[in-house]
Design a protein around this ligand. Sequence first.
Ligand SMILES: [Cu+2]
Length: 73
Amino acid sequence: MEVETITQETIKVEGMSCGHCEMRVKKAVEAVEGVRKAEVNLQNKQLTVEFEEGKTNLKKVKAAVREVGYEPI
Ligand SMILES: [Cu+2]
């Protein structure tokens, strides 16, 4: 049986100005294979993401954020 390791990371995302931006980032990150959960906090400019290690990594998550037009830090 395969053991999945779930990693949780919180990063800052610049460029979000409203709830629409928040949803775009959330959807983009949740679409990344291996991502279990994404929560975006507009006020704190924070993205909290839970993903399966080995299936994806923070670099891919950040790339997905950039793809929809925001700047992960
Ligand atoms: Cu917006």
